[in-house]
Design a protein around this ligand. Structure first.
Ligand code: FMN
Length: 191
């Protein structure tokens, strides 16, 4: 499926899988999506904003208070611009914040401000994922209307084996396609 100008805010949080979102972004671009990148401060320890700027030719924002001269409430303008907010990789932390309605950085504020579908693609250690707090947060996020992808099982970056791997790019793209189709259907139903 071609994305035909689909506007995606790609939100990157502080997981060791952060570099994979560059490949994800490139695949989405290849399919015709337009991309803007929002990063948590912690994600910049794993990969730099420059990598996304250079590899995706996309605007990148980490700190919405960084350029007060251009101040235009970017959390609102970006959340209105987006057809889909794609949080990939999604840390246990960002899912917990979304479940609690916390908006203390650019990404969590976009998530709270947007009216468009939000898809979390988690990646984390198996014990973090299995922790009842994370499981409760995922359930709450889903009850709030957010979409949360299943992780994959296999070798984890921490050296352990189990659930928590960032899903394959093809699986994420497929999920995004199902959201586009759902959005189109609801538009047809509402017209
Ligand atoms: C090397 C390293 C790898 C990490 N990988 C993950 C991860 O894959 N998933 C996760 O939820 N947290 C991971 N963390 C912990 C998060 O970076 C930490 O919870 C951080 O506060 C998340 O911040 P953010 O959600 O604002 O980006 C990792 C930490 C380190 C030091």
């Amino acid at each position: 499926m071609e994305y035909d100008g689909l506007k995606i805010v790609l939100c990157v949080s502080g997981s060791v899988a952060a570099y994979k979102s560059v490949y994800l972004g490139r695949e989405l671009l290849r399919r015709g999506a337009e991309i803007r990148v929002a990063m948590t401060k912690n994600s910049t320890k794993f990969i730099t904003p420059l990598t996304f700027r250079a590899a995706l030719s996309a605007p990148v924002v980490v700190d919405q208070f960084e350029n007060p001269a251009d101040f235009n409430m970017q959390h609102i303008s970006w959340s209105r611009w987006a057809d889909i907010v794609l949080v990939a990789p999604a840390t246990a932390n960002i899912i917990a914040k979304a479940a609690a309605g916390i908006a203390d950085d650019f990404i969590s504020t976009i998530i709270l401000a947007t009216e468009t579908p939000v898809l979390f693609v988690p990646a984390m250690n198996k014990a973090m994922l299995k922790n009842p707090a994370t499981q409760r947060n995922i359930k709450t996020a889903e009850e709030l209307g957010y979409y949360v992808m299943q992780t994959e099982s296999g070798n984890l970056a921490c050296g352990e084996e189990g659930e928590g791997r960032f899903p394959k790019i093809s699986a994420i793209v497929e999920y995004v396609e199902s959201l586009i189709a759902e959005k189109k259907n609801s538009r047809v139903k509402n017209s």
